[in-house]
Design a protein around this ligand. Structure first.
Ligand SMILES: [Fe+2]
Length: 320
């Protein structure tokens, strides 16, 4: 059976191709392709057909769930923009069965590629369908991914970070890497820190905000003092890292686990990764922790769930 794991339709259009391993009979990864375009390209995807026609597509998020959130957020054409079946048919002439995995569960599925037997998985991005931050516990021997907690829209660390990217004069949802590289520990300005933290609600671990930052905070921070882009970037990086490390400390103490998997767009931040390892945690981050990487991890989740169902059906009360 050929399975395609897919993400895209908006950004990070990616595909992974899976097929049976001739020796074990199990489904294994045959090909990874992270294009990072907005939409899938028919010509390019035709090349993937050399592995055979897909009999199943695993999609990295749940379109209808996302459409309801977009409707709630006042975004135009919420349902039209989430018509997955017609998109797959139009762009790729794919008519096979399609299953969808929750956006954050797909990110958390990277756990199965990690070197850990047991770990806490922190998924932090702008917005999934509704979740913006979620915490999971993974145990490879039982196969389960258990969702411990979540923070839903509009409380989003990713949206706050993008808002500050815009304040520094850069393009939000695009220049976050450049914004991070502008930060400089020698330029941590106390007033700039207060100004960027003004939006963050105090909480023991949850990233929560006093206002909805989906459309940013404008082009400058309020107040009489004007800050340089470097001061804004440095203050933002400091507050961002503090929020994430506090979250990790909270959950690792509570669950008594030292292994950490970080996924979602915020996991691209190199400074945060360093701060987590400096605190003594064993950190693992996938090569592509963003939505492109979910084209692989959504299939991890699907296959693991399917295997668990197969096991329970074969060992259940109807089998002697
Ligand atoms: Fe995401």
């Amino acid at each position: 059976m050929i399975i395609w794991g897919m993400s895209g339709k908006g950004h990070d259009a990616s595909v992974t191709v899976w097929g049976p391993n001739e020796t074990t009979g199990l489904i294994e990864l045959l090909h990874e392709d992270y294009t990072r375009d907005k939409k899938h390209d028919k010509e390019h995807l035709d090349q993937l057909l050399m592995y055979g026609d897909p009999e199943l597509v695993v999609w990295y998020e749940k379109p209808w769930k996302k459409a309801f959130r977009m409707l709630y957020a006042g975004q135009p054409q919420a349902f039209r923009r989430n018509m997955l079946r017609s998109y797959l048919k139009e762009v790729m002439s794919i008519k096979c069965k399609v299953v969808c995995v929750d956006h954050h569960e797909a990110h958390a599925g990277h756990f199965y590629d990690s070197p850990f037997e047991e770990a806490l998985i922190f998924v932090i991005d702008s917005i999934g369908e509704w979740d913006c931050t979620s915490v999971w516990k993974g145990k490879s021997y039982s196969g389960h991914l258990v969702k411990l907690d979540r923070v839903s829209y509009p409380d989003s660390l990713g949206l706050w970070y993008s808002s500050m990217t815009k304040v520094a004069g850069l393009k939000p949802n695009s220049d976050e890497g450049k914004f991070e590289s502008m930060s400089d520990d020698n330029h941590l300005d106390e007033y700039a820190l207060r100004a960027v933290e003004k939006y963050i609600m105090p909480h023991s671990w949850k990233p929560m905000f006093w206002e909805n930052l989906h459309r940013g905070v404008g082009d400058s921070l309020p107040g009489p003092k004007k800050f340089t882009p470097v001061e804004i970037a440095t203050a933002t990086q400091f507050a961002f890292s503090q929020k994430i490390t506090k979250m990790i400390q909270h959950w690792c103490d509570k669950e008594k686990i030292n292994n950490v998997v970080l996924a979602g767009g915020c996991a691209f931040n190199k400074g945060v990764r360093k701060d987590i390892t400096d605190l003594g945690y064993d950190l693992w981050v996938p090569d592509n922790p963003g939505d492109g990487g979910s084209a692989k991890s959504c299939v991890n989740v699907y296959l693991r769930k399917k295997a668990l169902i197969d096991i329970s059906l074969n060992q259940g009360p109807f089998h002697s």
